[in-house]
Design a protein around this ligand. Structure first.
Ligand SMILES: [Cu+2]
Length: 157
């Protein structure tokens, strides 16, 4: 009798344990199912898409206004050598301008800087020319090496 009762009790306990175990299992499964939020993945997806799509930049290309440098085209100035004199005796030009000397005398002349050798021509016979481009501002005094009394000046601004 005692063993029968015991076995019944054990069986009951086992059954109880099994039932409770099963119910617990199902309960956890149900919990797992319900605990998975169904809306979150959508939101996450939307956020991802937002992150992936590059922000539309409304940057309009700035108009590049090219600064037009006021570069003056070099001018050419004529100096006549006539009557043992430079004419005009003084000229004022801009940096980059050209001076062209033309000997009108039947006598040969030269054009030489008083100091330095910015201006230095060979001996110019009648009709010959000498030209020089002045790239640096300054006052350039010059003379004829054959006739030192022939003196003149180029002022470069
Ligand atoms: Cu001379």
């Amino acid at each position: 009798m005692k063993t029968e009762i015991l076995t019944i009790i054990i069986m009951l306990i086992l059954a109880a344990v099994l039932i409770s175990g099963c119910s617990q299992k199902t309960a956890t499964i149900a919990q797992e199912k319900t605990s998975q939020p169904q809306e979150l993945p959508k939101e996450a997806k939307a956020q991802q898409q937002q992150a992936e799509t590059p922000p539309q930049q409304q940057e309009q290309p700035q108009e590049v206004v090219a600064a037009t440098p006021q570069q003056q085209t070099p001018k050419s100035y004529n100096v006549e050598i006539s009557g043992f004199a430079f004419q005009p005796q003084q000229i004022t030009i801009k940096t980059g301008d050209i001076v062209v000397w033309t000997n009108q005398d039947s006598v040969s002349h030269t054009i030489k800087s008083d100091t330095g050798n910015e201006i230095s021509s060979s001996s110019l016979s009648k009709g010959a020319t000498y030209s020089h481009t002045f790239t640096q501002p300054g006052t350039y005094d010059y003379h004829c090496s054959i006739h030192p009394s022939m003196q003149a000046t180029v002022v470069v601004e």
